[in-house]
Design a binder for this molecule. Structure first.
Ligand code: 4AD
Ligand code: MG
Length: 467
């Protein structure tokens, strides 16, 4: 008999009984009696395990004793129909090689049903749990879905820089990048930091958004998208904020705010539909374990038309709610930035479907948004989702050189690092729009998880940069 090729568990579970097979993976559980042991083996290819049946008379007791939860094995044997319930086939082991033992006392995942909080403290091991295996597979599928969606529409995937000298959102929440010796900072004549001595010869940071460079691409090749990590040094310890998160930012020439909303709605529905078909098994598993409404929530988003509403009308609804006795932690009135409690009230209580809120006050939005005729609002659009609140933020962009320059001046922003951006309006300006989808917010929605730290393998949050 020649060497048997290894089959993934996902494949084994679909194979017909009768073949000799080789499975490799990690032990999830081991149980049994005097005569036989049953090992549930998982290799991450699927949420399901393959059952290994071990006839104890055929193996050394010492070998069997070394097989504990978490150990890594290679098992050769015959695939047979399973008489037990729960699986169609199982492997009758003829040979077992132990690649790696796993000390049952020290293994961090020994306990079943460990809390999410505990698992965050052992995030280097948590991908081995069923829950995080499912999340990592879904995350990967969704990244693929995003590339497919834009590829099929002819968008150009644009790689924008992670290190930048400009603050795209103007919120001053950037992580500085420097090679200066912090114990011996070079000073200029005025006593300030002499950044000419720094690596790039100027002050630089990690990007908060690829949008500004995205606009350079869109005003050249028409339709682009970025998909990469972004960084925000905002000190928000919430279940929806990360200091390092991934964002998808499409930017389209000749799109107005309506086209932008249409694309955002179609995009997110396509992604959820993709999840329902390509990640069905994992989603159903998560749904059964944590959130029985997950599947129906996902299906309903695909089927309903999103509400489109102005910020002003949204504020009226919230004010009426307050008048009727609804309590919010933060006050609402025209001009305030909406908190997620307000967003979720509109989506979950008032409309019971996703809402696209438009025409926000210009003072709470970034400098690049197109100003409306009223002089007070801008053509912004936020997509608000059940359980999440804001999942997408975007706008039509200010195309007028004069108005853009005026806004930059009004806000007292430095022009030095923005001249290249202003050039898009100076040379052949065009109407254009775009938006940003927070990848982890999308994953929160698709997986039904409650905390954004649980949908990224290695979360970065204030006071936490482990691994
Ligand atoms: O609304 P934001 O700040 O918009 C922008 O950055 C624009 N430049 C996008 C554009 O028009 N091209 O962020 C966009 C989205 C939010 O709606 C949210 O989903 C996500 O990014 N996001 C975060 N996700 C996790 N942690 C954080 N700290 C986030 N901040 C924003
Ligand atoms: Mg936003």
């Amino acid at each position: 008999m020649g060497k048997i090729a290894r089959s993934k568990v996902k494949e084994l579970l679909q194979m017909k009984a009768g073949e000799n097979v080789l499975a490799k993976g990690w032990v999830r559980t081991k149980r049994g009696n005097k005569e036989v042991a049953f090992i549930a083996l998982n290799d991450g290819s699927t949420i399901n395990n393959i059952q290994i049946v071990v006839d104890k008379t055929r193996f050394e007791e010492s070998l069997l004793a070394r097989i504990t939860t978490g150990a890594c094995l290679a098992v050769t044997g015959k695939l047979v129909e399973s008489i037990g319930s729960g699986q169609a086939v199982e492997i009758q082991a003829s040979d077992i090689e132990i690649y790696g033992e796993c000390d049952p006392v020290r293994y961090p995942l020994q306990k079943k049903n460990a809390s999410f909080e505990y698992l965050r403290t052992v995030a280097h091991m948590r991908p081995r749990t069923n829950t995080f295996g499912a999340i990592l597979r879904i995350r990967s599928h969704m990244a693929n879905a995003i590339h497919q969606y834009f590829y099929n529409k002819g968008f150009v995937y644009l790689h924008t820089p992670l290190i930048t000298a400009s603050d795209a959102e103007g919120a001053g929440q950037m992580f500085q990048v420097t090679t200066l010796d912090l114990n011996n900072i070079p000073r200029n004549k005025k006593g300030g930091i002499d950044y000419s001595k720094d690596f790039f010869g100027k002050q630089t940071s990690l990007t908060v958004s690829g949008q500004l460079e995205g606009e350079l691409g869109a005003t050249a090749v028409g339709e682009i998208y970025t998909f990469g990590p972004t960084f925000r040094a905002e000190n928000s310890n919430t279940p929806r904020h990360l200091a390092e998160f991934w964002m998808i930012e499409p930017e389209m020439a000749f799109y107005d705010i309506r086209d932008n909303m249409d694309l955002a709605e179609d995009f997110i529905k396509s992604l959820v539909r993709y999840a329902l078909t390509h990640c069905r098994e994992d989603i159903e598993w998560l749904s059964a374990k944590y959130d029985e409404e997950l599947v129906s929530r996902l299906e309903s988003v695909c089927e309903t038309e999103f509400v489109r509403l102005s910020y002003g009308d949204g504020i009226k609804i919230l004010e009426e709610a307050v008048a009727r006795g609804v309590q919010f932690e933060y006050p609402v009135s025209w001009g305030v930035d909406l908190q997620s409690e307000h967003e979720r009230y509109l989506v979950e209580k008032h409309f019971r479907k996703p809402v696209i809120l438009t025409d926000y006050p210009k003072d709470i939005k970034a400098f690049y948004m197109k100003q409306n005729e009223d002089g007070k609002t801008v053509r912004a659009m936020d997509v608000l989702f059940p359980k999440i609140g804001e999942i997408i933020g975007g706008s039509e962009r200010e195309a007028s050189l004069e108005k853009l320059e005026q806004r930059i001046t009004e806000l007292g922003m430095s022009r030095t690092n923005l001249e290249w951006y202003v050039d898009t309006r100076r040379f052949g300006t065009c109407p254009h729009s775009g938006f940003g989808l927070g990848f982890e917010r999308l994953l929160l929605f698709v997986t039904g998880m409650q905390n954004i730290r649980d949908v990224i393998p290695f979360p970065r949050t204030p006071k936490n940069a482990e691994y």
